[in-house]
Design a protein around this ligand. Structure first.
Ligand code: OFO
Length: 169
């Protein structure tokens, strides 16, 4: 049975992940509005990834005999100044999520909860990948500056992203 402290912390993280999904869905709509369907696709895939992150914790909590308590999801930002502005905001958000995961690991250690400590290692690796993806796109956007041809080429590249659902366990 999972401790109350760990249960509360994991429920809070489910909310963080669902908010991430909501934020990226909002960014997908913004990209669609400004005519960048490839960028929009990238964000839709990100939305699916975040939903998966939330569900992985949801299922883990249930498997440990914990109670899932869903909380209100806050309203995400709707407008940005440019694609670069969006990806800078994305990176900042992911850095916040990395901190949340690190804090959860600290709690698991304090609670001597080895199972949760192990479970969270997957998220550590995932956060390294997420931040690296955002940094790579930021670098490209900084090189592109105001070159529309290069922006459309990147849009085509981002259109090919697909969601590969990892096995839920
Ligand atoms: Fe973007 O990694 Fe979950 O939130």
């Amino acid at each position: 049975m999972i401790s109350k402290t760990m249960e509360n912390a994991l429920n809070k993280q489910i909310n963080e992940e669902l908010f991430s999904a909501y934020l990226y869905l909002s960014m997908a709509a913004y990209f669609e509005e400004i005519g960048l369907k490839g960028f929009s696709n990238w964000m839709r895939v990100q939305y699916e990834e975040e939903t998966f992150h939330a569900m992985k914790i949801y299922d883990y909590l249930l498997s440990r005999g914990g109670k899932v308590v869903l909380q209100a999801i806050k309203e995400p930002q709707k407008n940005w100044e440019s694609p670069l502005d969006v990806f800078k905001a994305t990176l900042k958000h992911e850095q916040h999520i990395t901190k949340c995961i690190n804090d959860l690991i600290d709690i698991a250690e304090k609670e001597h909860d080895r199972a949760t400590f192990n479970f969270l290692q997957w998220y550590i690796d995932e956060q390294v990948e997420e931040e690296a993806n955002d940094e790579e796109i930021i670098r490209k956007l900084e090189l592109i500056k105001d070159n529309p041809n290069a922006l459309f080429m990147l849009d085509r590249e981002l259109a090919s992203r697909v969601f590969n659902k990892p096995t839920l366990k």
